[in-house]
Design a protein around this ligand. Structure first.
Ligand SMILES: [Ca+2]
Ligand SMILES: [Ca+2]
Length: 222
């Protein structure tokens, strides 16, 4: 008991110290809300990914560790590609690199994070979330998680084999059973489509989003 509470106290002190450190970091003049030290680190990463060139290709960007391990990476890459096509861009300079990463910064405004998450779910980019958008997003996210589990467990022994088989069963049921996805998406609509328009607008979507998605999935420490 005594140790537990003293450990908790220590954790609290470490949290406090981290927060103080973050607050005391000098902020970048040009790239709000990044700290100078974060911009330095990102410049170095950019330099390595671009092989010392002034711009990155989309494929180069996809190699950034924070992106290629991201929960929503498939959708993020699709969004970046769509935005680049719209702007007639074929490569990514450092300013644009930071612009892409800004919504993921922990100090970025919550509205920018809501907007990013909305765009992630809005597969057909019509500024409304339909049942089809929700189903398509869940399929993309779920298939990533399954392949990740498979890879992690490749070298493991018997107890993991059993769990893998169970996961495969769940995957098959999930992917094959359109009815299940349909009813899940329908339930979400019933609960959050307040004006019964058949789709979620930005305001309705914000009610659906929980803190886990916003804080945990969308925040990256650079
Ligand atoms: Ca849509
Ligand atoms: Ca609605």
């Amino acid at each position: 008991m005594g140790n537990g509470s003293s450990n908790k106290k220590k954790e609290k002190n470490i949290d406090q110290t981290l927060q103080d450190l973050q607050k005391n970091q000098s902020r970048s003049q040009k790239y709000d809300p990044f700290a100078d030290v974060e911009i330095q680190r990102l410049r170095e990463k950019f330099r390595l990914l671009s092989d010392n060139k002034p711009t990155l290709t989309l494929n180069g960007f996809k190699q950034l560790l924070e992106m290629r391990t991201h929960f929503f990476r498939e959708r993020i890459f699709q969004l970046v590609e769509a935005e680049m096509t719209k702007r007639n861009k074929t490569d990514i300079d450092f300013d644009y690199f930071i612009k892409i990463l800004t919504p993921f910064h922990p100090l970025t405004s919550i509205d920018l994070k809501y907007k990013l998450l909305f765009d992630i779910y809005d597969i057909n980019a019509d500024n409304l979330i339909s049942q089809d958008d929700i189903k398509a997003t869940m399929k993309i996210i779920y298939s990533i998680q399954i392949s990740k589990n498979k890879k992690n467990n490749e070298d493991q022994e018997e107890n993991y084999r059993k769990r893998n088989a169970e996961l495969e069963d769940v995957k098959e049921a999930f992917m094959a059973n359109q009815d299940y996805l349909d009813s899940l998406a329908k339930d979400i609509m019933n609960d959050f489509d307040k004006d019964k328009s058949g789709e979620l607008d930005f305001g309705e979507f914000k009610d659906l989003v929980d803190n886990l998605d916003l804080q945990f999935r969308l925040n990256i420490n650079f």
